[in-house]
Design a protein around this ligand. Structure first.
Ligand code: KMH
Ligand code: ZN
Length: 278
């Protein structure tokens, strides 16, 4: 089996210090959380940024500052800015980090209810617009799917030549309004993929570690972090993202799966291979 790529989703746009005091807001806090997660074994940092008071932003300059700060302490880690941002942001607002010199970002592949009155909107035309900008700027998209229909949509867009290989999926399961994260959900999604696609799984809340373990067993990759889950055990809050990454490393050891370094992760994902060569 390939080595395990661990992504740390250190901050998100929704989770607050009121939920877990270790959620980073400032550039310094983001830098230190990224560094600790990297030291524990994360090869990708899934990055959102905040104003110092915690307000989510997609401001290009704020992303630039955060990326530079992370690169200063972990030069080889893969930084994956979010183009999802926060619910309600416009497409061009969300796309701001793609104007920077980045190697990877997320591409959200469908709409999903996000609890209460919130809807995270990604219409077909939105997806086409994001895909055009992301590929045009030479960036590698991670295909965020909140359920099976998003995977099906990606595969349809791939047949039309819009989504290109290499295809790396992220199944984000357990969102309040999206597909849940039971074993059968994971197997259903995994079995839908073409054999040359790679995938990672992000379980929200209580689904985080059961899904991480399943993905480790079945040759997938894993995303954890305070964006997705604030607990290390039932009722016990994690003392930062590094706690969550460490627990995945322990699960990987249990199943004899080695951890990928950033350069190994780049090879596994074929990051840096131009689409024309595929
Ligand atoms: N904050 C969510 C509304 C992504 O990073 O691409 C969207 C999100 C997805 O987190
Ligand atoms: Zn995100």
């Amino acid at each position: 089996m390939e080595k395990l790529i661990i992504t740390a989703a250190i901050c998100g746009a929704e989770v607050l210090k009121e939920h877990n005091e270790y959620v980073p807001y400032t550039i310094k806090e983001i830098q230190q959380e990224a560094l600790k997660a990297y030291k524990e074994g994360a090869s990708i940092i899934h990055l959102h940024v905040r104003e110092d008071d915690g307000t989510p932003t997609q401001d290009k300059n704020r992303f630039h500052e955060a990326i530079m700060a992370i690169k200063e302490v972990a030069p080889d880690v893969i930084i994956q800015p979010s183009t999802g941002g926060a619910v309600g942001m416009s497409n061009d607002e969300r796309l701001q980090p793609t104007l920077l010199d980045i190697e990877m970002c997320t591409l959200d592949c469908g709409s999903v209810n996000f609890g209460g009155d919130e809807v995270f909107i990604n219409t077909e035309n939105d997806i086409l617009y994001f895909a055009e900008k992301i590929y045009e700027r030479g960036i590698y998209p991670e295909l965020e799917c909140f359920g099976k229909m998003h995977v099906d949509h990606v595969l349809r867009l791939h047949k039309k030549g819009i989504i290109k290989k290499p295809m790396h999926f992220s199944f984000v399961l357990g969102v309040n309004g999206g597909q849940t994260g039971e074993e059968r959900d994971f197997l259903f999604l995994k079995d839908t993929l073409p054999t040359d696609a790679t995938f990672s799984v992000a379980g929200i809340g209580r689904f985080e570690f059961p899904l991480a373990e399943l993905s480790i067993i079945h040759g997938g990759h894993v995303r954890v972090g305070l964006e997705d889950n604030i607990y290390i055990d039932k009722g016990v809050k994690a003392k930062g993202n590094s706690d969550l990454v460490r627990k995945v490393v322990e699960l990987a050891k249990k199943h004899n799966r080695e951890i990928a370094s950033p350069s190994e992760a780049r090879k596994i994902l074929k990051l840096g291979v131009t689409n024309e060569n595929m």
